[in-house]
Write a protein that binds this ligand. Structure first.
Ligand code: IMP
Length: 448
């Protein structure tokens, strides 16, 4: 019998909504934080001891005493990136031993995945996705092609050698034939990975069983989404997507917990919209206002440093996101970035060929014919910095949030106005729901 309660935290847009901070704030009361998709293409910015950390693979729960972190089977793990991150955390005095676990079924990213991705992205005639060049897509391709290496296999050195030899033979031939790439040396690769297998081993577990047992004991789990709904391999703006299930359903497949074990889904959305990389973006701003939002919101990719494209809040997109994920609550981040605007345009509907629609096109090129219908809401022109209660927000900021709720059918449970834990406002009913999941109220402790 499952006694424990769970919440999934997903990005409602194209990633970078600020999920890291939200998971960090909420993980105070959850026993376990579990990642279920993506790899070190994600970048969750968290501040520890006044120092900025960009967590790419390790779930944010690692920063909370008494909270365990799990990297689920749905994640693709670059062992070198993982060990580097673990090293940085250890150096900063963060505990990672005995509280951080990696699924034995997660797939491993190897150097040929990066080689193929880099070559393919730059090859003539290919659709450029603008990936993070971390080998994520090719690693998932191997997983689905049933020729991947899983973490359990990485620890089995005989199998590892055979796998690397076979894979390198195949990948070197393909990369040379298609992209004229220099071949990778399998012997060198084997020795590099065999040398670190022992360092990965202490973290490895059957994490699905670990999570089941925790739920049976009545412990609470928060699933930390990576990327965002519109980057989901099935539901996003294909082919300009990542290669995993970034939506809430991914939490089930990517960790091995049952769908019936999901209690609540929390959708994180910026008060506006951003996207990195190529692909459709209906509410993108192409003039000076876009640059101003980028400057005010410091909109540069956490992983690649690329400038993010900026746009207005897109309500048809959020309605879609709410439906696909089953969003029960919104967390609205970066509200302060809009503080100085006289009026705030919001995309309230799409028109395609003159007809109103809420249905996102199945084809990437279908987005070209979207005409956004905008409504301008009055700006609040007051700083929201330092406000810690939603009731104390300027009236027009509250109206903006209410408009979002009315137009999407889900309630705003939390609002964030900066990177610190204390720059967060909680709605009482949301906090009550979190209390019903974890047995405790969330306190907004100051950033240590
Ligand atoms: P990939 O995940 O590296 O294959 O990149 C595919 C697309 O997803 C590219 O447009 C990336 O910019 C985007 N992407 C991947 N991870 C993130 C993220 O964490 N935040 C925002 N965009 C991302």
């Amino acid at each position: 019998m499952i006694k424990g309660k769970t919440a999934v935290i997903i990005g409602a847009q194209w990633g970078d909504e600020g999920k890291g901070k939200i998971v960090d704030v909420l993980s105070e009361n959850f026993s376990i934080v579990a990642r279920y998709a993506g790899g070190h293409n994600a970048g969750h910015t968290v501040i520890i001891g006044g120092k900025k950390f960009i967590l790419q693979l390790v779930p944010c729960g690692v920063l909370r005493d008494g909270c365990c972190s799990v990297i689920g089977n749905g994640v693709v793990l670059d062992p070198m990136a993982f060990l580097k991150e673990v090293g940085t955390l250890r150096d900063a005095g963060v505990k990672v031993d005995g509280n951080l676990f990696v699924s034995n079924r997660a797939h491993v990213i190897l150097p040929y995945h990066r080689m193929i991705e880099l070559a393919a992205e730059n090859a003539p005639g290919r659709v450029k996705i603008g990936t993070t060049s971390r080998g994520i897509g090719p690693a998932y391709e191997d997983k689905m092609g049933r020729r991947g290496l899983r973490v359990a296999d990485l620890l089995d050195l005989k199998l590892l050698r055979k796998h690397i030899e076979n894979a390198c033979r195949e990948k070197n031939m393909i990369a040379h034939a298609l992209f004229n790439s220099e071949p990778l040396d399998p012997e060198k690769m084997y020795h590099e990975y065999a040398a670190i297998a022992g360092k990965i081993a202490p973290f490895v577990r059957d994490t699905a069983t670990f999570l089941h047992n925790a739920l049976k004991r009545g412990e609470s789990i928060v699933f930390e989404g990576a990327q965002g709904t519109m980057l989901d391999i099935d539901h996003g703006t294909y082919p300009f997507v990542t290669s995993s299930s970034a939506t809430s359903g991914g939490a089930v497949i990517g960790t091995g917990v049952a769908p019936t074990a999901i209690t609540s889904v929390i959708g994180v959305t910026k008060a506006y919209c951003t996207r990195v990389g190529e692909g459709p973006f209906p509410s993108e701003i192409h003039d000076k206002q876009g640059e101003e939002l980028r400057a005010r919101g410091n909109e540069y990719g956490a992983v690649t440093g690329r400038p993010r494209r900026c746009g207005w809040l897109d309500l048809p997109l959020l309605r879609y996101s709410a439906a696909i994920n089953g969003v029960s609550w919104w967390v609205v981040t970066k509200l302060d970035v809009l503080d100085e605007l006289d009026e705030v345009p919001v995309c309230v509907g799409y028109k395609i060929d003159g007809k109103a629609t809420d249905e996102p096109p199945a084809q990437g090129c279908g987005y070209d014919s979207i005409e956004c219908i905008y409504r301008k809401l009055p700006g609040w022109r007051t700083s929201t910095e330092g406000i810690t209660e939603i009731s104390k927000l300027p009236a027009r900021a509250k109206e903006y949030l209410k408009f979002l709720e009315d137009e999407t059918g889900a309630q705003v449970g939390m609002v964030s106005t900066g990177p610190g834990r204390e720059q967060t406002m909680l709605v009482d009913s949301f906090n009550a729901e979190m209390e019903s999941l974890t047995g405790r109220k969330t306190r907004l402790t100051a950033t240590p």
